[in-house]
Design a binder for this molecule. Structure first.
Ligand code: AHR
Length: 518
């Protein structure tokens, strides 16, 4: 068993953890929207206005703050007017990105906002830049947000009222395109910047403060960021209609979703931890152009991306989810917490049945994945003050094959062996009034990790409780055995300014500590 020493001063705060860091992403892709969250009002599966009751209840427990919709690549081929009016009359379109299946538009704007309200989340809509127009985006905002009264109201606001919502939908997060360096139009950073400025010029809040979000880089492509801001600065400054800049980072896979060696376990965790490098380098690149930090860094798609499950439609991106995915999720959320002064939103991809989902469904059955339990366990961080923490932990060394080139689903590897290393224990901490909340992971496949937490300053720990999520390194939940990996209570020893806890191998642990005297 190794020992990790953690030092925390409960007054040494970084910033408030924006709850939106715990955001999600739901695209019209595979079985995410249809089957996953929507079954329709006529379904024998219990539902509220067509949305699955079991999914709603589970997401409420996770305290989902925000959901990005309708894509993804789908967004730049989506025309919002297809998803309004009577459902029986909505057009049937081809989902060109995801298997050329028929999109029935049964879940449109009003339905999706209704779903968000049912779970207590804010909608974050991604506008269509690639195949759409500034007018289309501006009209969508008007449809959603312009007030209507008996005597007045615009045509779009009256249409919304006729569709069932006289009250404005108050959608305040608006993305200007998705992956415009790729599926969203294949733009260069300069060309996208020109498009962004054109679209954003017509965005109006109609009395509400909107958050306008520009498309950031693929992975940690600092050049995209630099060239986008250079162009914005050179030709269009001061340009105030930009609040967020959104990168995407999928750490990919090593092995498959459920079959991997110990080396592959570590390799994937290492790739997941590269999110820190992305955040550090992207925020530095943004600081050069936005030194007063008005623009927030967003990671509005992130997660693991495994090879498709046998027997499933390859275009549907369905994958299982083990304790390994849970540790990737926990490490990533810890990174965002530690950068709470810059990261304002993050959206795991995706919510249900697609990629690193928090929920899987099959007919009337539903299960929470290990990643989903991480979201439940980490919820107390939302809105708390992030704390600086010093972690002295041993490194885990492992062998890996030299990677020459990576894409999300595969890596071009060369036979040459290299050594990789990751910290045995990672984590973050936050404080709300006198309650300290610590989250930790033990990445070691066999060894327990002894943790000694020392509190600095006048704070004393009165009492503490902890929860642990752990299992054999391939452990996961199935529809036959949905409770293989679920959080369990665990004990923490508390002595004045010291906490003592032992993390099992391959685990995620959260500790709640009530403090006095600070
Ligand atoms: O999440 C799946 C896809 O990954 C999204 O549609 C796209 O934005 C990204 O390439």
């Amino acid at each position: 068993m190794s020992t990790t020493r953690i030092t925390i001063n409960p007054t040494d705060t970084i910033a408030t953890i924006n709850p939106n860091i715990y955001g999600h992403f739901a695209e019209h892709l595979g079985r995410c929207i249809y089957d996953g969250i929507w079954v329709g009002e006529e379904s024998p599966i219990p539902n509220i206005h067509g949305f699955r009751k079991d999914v709603i209840e589970t997401l409420r427990r996770m305290k989902v703050p925000v959901i990005r919709w309708p894509g993804g690549c789908f967004a730049d081929d989506y025309h919002w007017q297809d998803g309004i009016g009577p459902r029986s009359q909505r057009p049937r379109r081809i989902n060109i990105h995801w298997g050329e299946v028929i999109e029935t538009n049964q879940v449109g704007t009003i339905e999706f906002v209704q779903f968000c309200r049912l779970i207590g989340a804010e909608p974050y809509f991604c506008g269509n830049v690639g195949s759409g127009t500034p007018r289309e985006l501006r009209d969508w905002i008007e449809y959603c947000n312009f007030p209507v009264s008996d005597l007045s109201g615009s045509t779009w606001a009256q249409q919304r009222a006729a569709d069932g919502s006289p009250a404005p939908l108050d959608v305040t997060y608006w993305g200007v395109g998705n992956e415009n360096w790729g599926c969203g139009g294949n733009f260069s950073p300069e060309d996208y910047c020109t498009e962004f400025r054109r679209f954003a010029s017509f965005i109006r809040g109609f009395g509400k403060k909107l958050n306008v979000i520009a498309c950031g880089p693929a992975n940690n492509d600092v050049e995209w960021t630099d060239r986008f801001f250079r162009k914005l600065h050179k030709d269009y400054w001061p340009f105030n209609n930009i609040d967020g800049f959104a990168a995407h980072y999928y750490c990919g896979t090593a092995g498959t979703a459920t079959q991997y060696t110990e080396e592959e376990w570590y390799r994937l965790l290492e790739k997941g931890l590269r999110m820190e490098e992305l955040v550090v380098q992207q925020r530095a690149a943004m600081d050069a152009w936005d030194p007063t930090r008005k623009i927030g860094l967003i990671i509005d798609e992130w997660g693991t991306w495994h090879p498709v499950e046998e027997g499933t439609n390859p275009a549907f991106l369905y994958q299982q989810n083990t304790i390994r995915d849970a540790i990737v999720a926990a490490n990533t959320l810890d990174i965002f917490n530690r950068h709470a002064d810059k990261v304002v939103m993050a959206n795991i991809a995706q919510m249900v049945n697609v990629l690193q989902a928090v929920i899987l469904t099959e007919g009337e059955n539903m299960l929470v994945t290990p990643t989903g339990y991480v979201y439940e366990m980490y919820a107390p961080h939302q809105g708390a003050q992030s704390l600086r923490l010093r972690v002295e932990t041993p490194e885990i060394h492992f062998q890996k094959t030299k990677i020459l080139q990576t894409s999300w689903q595969s890596a071009l590897q060369k036979g040459e062996k290299m050594e990789g290393n990751i910290p045995a224990v990672s984590g973050s901490a936050s404080i709300r009034e006198n309650v300290l909340f610590i989250s930790l992971t033990n990445s070691h496949v066999h060894e327990e990790a002894e943790i000694v937490v020392n509190l600095l300053g006048d704070a004393r720990a009165e009492r503490a409780q902890a929860r642990v999520l752990s299992g054999e390194i391939h452990a996961h939940n199935t529809f036959d055995a949905p409770h293989q990996v679920v959080p369990q209570p665990m004990t923490v020893d508390v002595k004045n300014q010291q906490l003592h806890v032992v993390l099992p191998p391959a685990s995620v642990v959260t500790i709640t500590v009530v403090l006095s005297g600070f």
